[in-house]
Design a protein around this ligand. Sequence first.
Ligand SMILES: [Zn+2]
Length: 395
Amino acid sequence: MFELSIQDQSNLTSFLKDLVRTPSLSCQEEAVAARVAAEMRAVGFDEVWTDRVGNVVGHIGGGSGPRLLYDGHMDTVGVGDPASWTRDPYGAEIEGGLLFGLGAADMKGPLASLVYGAKLIVDSDIQLAGDLYVAAVVQEEPCEGYAMRVLVEEEGLRPDWVVLAEPTNLQVSRGHRGRMEMHVTVQGRPSHASVPEQGENAIYDAARIIFSLDLLAGSLSEDTFLGKGTLAVTHIENTAASKNVIPDSCTFVIDRRLTLGETEAKAMAEVQGVINHEAVRAQIRLAEFEHTSYTGYVCRDVERYPAWVVPESHDLVRAAARAVKQIVGARPAIGKWDFSTDGVYTMGVADIPTVGVGPGEERQAHTANEHIRLSDCFTAARIYAQLSADLLRQV
Ligand SMILES: [Zn+2]
């Protein structure tokens, strides 16, 4: 049975405090990456390196067996409204066994647990038949899965299993809905606003589409495990020469959550169907992102993140549940996340069996006074060690 010594608990806590005190907005993870790499070296990983997009990867083992990769992201969202925090977002204050700060749960606490889970393997006399990797990745918040894609497809590190350490409150998660962002641009024809009948008002045409989309939203597919797909218009803007001119174009944004079985093509065809029905001149396009990582790597892709689920009967899900039970003493609930994770790439695109288990509560993510229970971080480290040993131990 893996135990975290008092010294390791204290070191994990100091490490986590440093992580929280080091701001790491997406694309600005350089300082936190250096801190993660230093801790990985200090606890005895065999190799530690930084890849082209800025992910920090630690490796233990070197057998001919399977490859197990633990994934945690280093970036955080912004503070939001500072007035809504009653604690310093970068203070890493501890009170009542809870550590407070931006990213404490999402997911610097889980990341610290991963590093100390690996340390337990290093300190044990277990010989690994395969390879254990901990990947601390960049830019998960704006474009989940992208940095993992670089690691797998460009750096050539293809694992057999991925464990996501995103917060699950030490339960097991085996999937979540996907998402995509569509932009719909409606064309109108300008005229002076004093003679609106001579023009074609792009805002009115957009409104007709939007009302029909609201009806469509009520009839989207449902999956018994992941629930319903959703559709919401989240932004709208128009162009017009001035406020007394009929707008010649109007663009609105659709946030679409995809349940299992809903593809990007299906989601776009549904919107196209509404446009055709309303006989409006409009085009749909997928939103794109482009950011430059702190290493100078240009990340560019469309905003498309598929839904994914791993069957409850899958060996990896069972192994994760067994490891939790062994350490915690009770069988975990096996469920899903509401938010999105790197699993959109690892399982959703690359078809690498993926499961989630992490300390912290999902509802803490992106909230003021975000916090994590330190004892859960210690427990998670032990679970990661147990799972590594179960999956990779030489027999
Ligand atoms: Zn996260």
